[in-house]
Design a binder for this molecule. Structure first.
Ligand SMILES: Nc1ncnc2c1ncn2[C@@H]1O[C@H](COP(=O)(O)OP(=O)(O)O)[C@@H](O)[C@H]1O
Ligand SMILES: N[C@@H](CCOP(=O)(O)O)C(=O)O
Length: 296
């Protein structure tokens, strides 16, 4: 096996009202250098996962699952991992790790998986495609899981900066999903999908004022999660004062994300630091490439 590098971007699921179906890849990356070895070994300079053995490693478990599915034996590998994606903060670390595991199996077992197969496998494992699809394809992707296939569309030519506000607390996606209703009455579902439809149409037209306004009117998940997110109302109102188009919960939270005019990300991040001194603040861009594999 030739050594290789896998690079997967972080992603932000939902983008407001696109619950479980809209997501955006951003330029924070998980990087793995993989080479054949006498035994499995994970070296992680930027993550402290505190695992007893490689078999407990999430990425290993995904790679093994995919190899088993194809009746292949996964060769032992040394994996050197660097990650700039914070865990359990709503920036899609689990989706990036799932894609990394799928890609290790793909490369090490020579499975020749298509992008569609990676999307299918990743979505089966994650349960929803909104992080897997942008982390795989890059950009802002709208996707939906049908009975036996996943439809996806990538929006082009986006023109905004992104600012993320990352608090020093974790919120597991599973816990944030438990806060949501099991079902929605018809009038609420109709209103919520109306908000979502206008958001997408406004993004396609490049009307970011309208898109941002509608992002903040989500009815599918934000109203139920707001109380789990530190400083939810304050972050929305302070970002608005600084000219943000709109501010949303990133994925299941607790990170929040603002969409701001192109070129203004750094300035907004700096000013928001005054009101959120304990937060990690980052001005980000859309990653338009998605999952990459390079030879070493
Ligand atoms: N690079 C990684 N290596 C190993 N496990 C990971 C990695 N990234 C994420 N995970 C697993 O995924 C969990 C976070 O998933 P989740 O609660 O869905 O949050 P997120 O919003 O970051 O996707 C972590 O606690 C860890 O178990
Ligand atoms: N649509 C999902 C998105 C979860 O994203 P994550 O980055 O928090 O794992 C949800 O809202 O539960």
């Amino acid at each position: 096996m030739r050594p290789f590098r896998i690079i997967v971007p972080a992603s932000s699921g939902n983008v407001g009202p696109g619950f479980d179906s809209m997501g955006l890849a951003v330029n924070l990356f998980l990087e793995l250098e993989v080479s054949e070895s006498a035994e499995w070994e994970f070296i992680q300079p930027s993550l402290d996962l505190n695992l007893e053995s490689y078999e407990e490693h999430f990425i290993y478990s995904i790679a093994k699952k995919i190899a088993d599915k194809h009746q292949k034996t996964l060769p032992a590998c040394k994996v050197v991992e660097k990650s700039a994606i914070p865990l359990a903060r709503g920036l899609g670390s689990s989706a990036s790790a799932i894609l990394a595991g799928i890609e290790i199996a793909n490369q090490a077992c020579e499975l020749k998986l298509s992008k569609e197969e990676k999307l299918q496998y990743g979505t089966e494992i994650e349960g929803h495609p909104d992080n897997i699809a942008p982390a795989l394809f890059g950009g802002l992707v709208i996707s939906t899981l049908l009975e036996d296939e996943i439809e996806h569309i990538q929006l082009q030519d986006l023109d905004f900066d992104i600012v993320v506000y990352i608090p020093d607390v974790e919120l597991k996606t599973e816990a944030a999903r438990a806060a949501l209703p099991e079902s929605y009455p018809r009038n609420l579902a109709a209103a919520a999908s109306g908000v979502s439809n206008i958001t997408v149409a406004a993004l396609v037209k490049g009307d970011y004022q309208l898109a941002g306004k509608m992002m903040e009117k989500d009815l599918f998940h934000e109203p139920y999660r707001a109380s789990l997110i530190p400083n939810y109302d304050m972050i929305r109102s302070e970002a608005k004062k600084l000219g943000a188009y709109g501010t949303i919960i990133s994925g299941a939270g607790p990170t929040m994300m603002s969409f701001v005019p192109n070129g203004e990300g750094q300035a907004v991040a700096l000013k928001m630091k005054d009101v959120l001194p304990d937060y990690q603040m980052k001005a980000l861009q859309v990653d338009t490439t998605g999952l990459k594999v390079e030879s070493l």
